[in-house]
Design a binder for this molecule. Structure first.
Ligand code: C5P
Length: 246
């Protein structure tokens, strides 16, 4: 299993292109996120192939359904051999408990991560769905619910990491997208943070796509980010292991 804090987001619909791009990056220097786009076009076969090539896979399918259906989906994902998977916390306590139980009973146990409030959702959107709390309050409420239901962590913005870390403590895995090394394009990301700053704030894993995969030399970009993270971690003593169960 890789020790890398970097999860490369494989955002492609073409399985061959996705795999070719990934193979430029050695599995001991990164992990891989397979989301709805790639999974819908390429299916479990590609996930198996990626795992077979030695990569840890974060299956980002954000399950949200009735408890039994989510439990069976988690079981199927665990059987694929993925390293991490996620569910929408909005599915409720019972759904989260079923997901936890399904993973606990599986022979291979991926990290189980919750998605709180999508960063595309505004306070106005929440209000329209009957949620009167602001987004920050709602993120914290759903994070606590995750903790109580025994999930291993949450996906969150790097800007929320320090507040969430204070609320849930050290042994909880924080996974953050929206990461941009200094001097790289923000693309469509609005509130970005550098890899070093996100790790210093308390993030465990950084989800990074375009700054690596669209760089002139993806491996060089990956190794530069790895070095930036290592420098921050050397400065922060004593170093904290990544949160959540392994
Ligand atoms: O290319 P980039 O580094 O922006 O890719 C980030 C990845 O993280 C994409 O797959 C994107 O969908 C995902 N993501 C995000 N922001 C969130 C949740 C997920 O960028 N709040």
């Amino acid at each position: 299993m890789s020790k890398s804090r970097i999860i490369v987001s494989l955002d492609y619909s073409d399985p061959d292109l996705a795999y070719r791009q990934l193979r430029r990056l050695p599995p001991d220097h990164c992990r891989v996120k397979v989301g709805k786009e790639l999974f819908t076009s390429a299916g479990p076969a590609l996930v198996r192939k990626i795992i077979g090539a030695g990569y840890d896979v974060f299956l980002d399918l954000k399950f949200h359904d009735i408890p039994n259906t989510v439990a069976r989906a988690c079981e199927a994902a665990a059987a694929l051999g993925v390293w991490m998977l996620n569910v929408h916390v909005a599915g409720g306590r019972e759904m989260l408990r079923y997901a936890r139980k399904a993973i606990d009973e599986a022979p291979h146990k991926p990290l189980l991560i919750g998605v709180t409030v999508l960063t595309s959702i505004t306070a106005e959107d929440l209000k329209e769905t009957g949620v009167r709390a602001g987004t920050d309050t709602q993120v914290l409420r759903l994070t606590r619910l995750c903790r109580e239901a025994g999930l291993d962590g949450v996906v969150c913005s790097a800007h929320e990491v320090s507040v969430i870390r204070r609320a849930v403590g050290a042994d909880f895995c924080l996974v953050t997208p929206g990461i941009r090394p200094a001097g790289t394009a923000a693309n469509d990301q609005k509130r970005t943070m550098t890899p070093g700053a996100a790790i210093a704030a308390g993030s465990d894993y950084l989800v990074i796509g375009r700054p690596i995969l669209q760089a002139p030399d993806p491996l060089e970009a990956l190794l530069a980010i790895e070095q930036e993270i290592a420098m921050v971690r050397r400065r922060a003593a004593p170093s904290r292991p990544a949160g959540g169960r392994r």
